[in-house]
Design a protein around this ligand. Structure first.
Ligand SMILES: [Zn+2]
Length: 83
């Protein structure tokens, strides 16, 4: 992972910041893309939002059902009909 020197940006009165253009270019982040933010100790980590299963968080073998993303393992799990 390439490390870069910190970029200092002001946060505005609504809590917004601008992600530096060089970061957006390097990570191919475009206007309208979803970003995921997580607290990490005393910092905030911002990553591109990758689709994941709403139940287990898996990021592969995904499909959509009624607008929700679900993985094949969870589909199998919840498809088990009790006798
Ligand atoms: Zn799942």
């Amino acid at each position: 992972m390439m490390r870069t020197k910190g970029n200092v940006r002001a946060i505005d009165e609504l809590g917004r910041i601008v992600v530096p253009i060089e970061y957006r270019n390097q990570l191919d982040i475009k206007s309208g893309d979803l970003l995921r933010m997580e607290l990490d100790g005393e910092g905030i980590v911002i990553k591109k939002n990758t689709p994941s299963c709403i139940f287990c968080g898996a990021e592969n073998a995904l499909t959509k059902h009624q607008g929700k993303t679900i993985c094949i393992n969870c589909i199998r799990d919840i498809s088990k009909i009790p006798n």
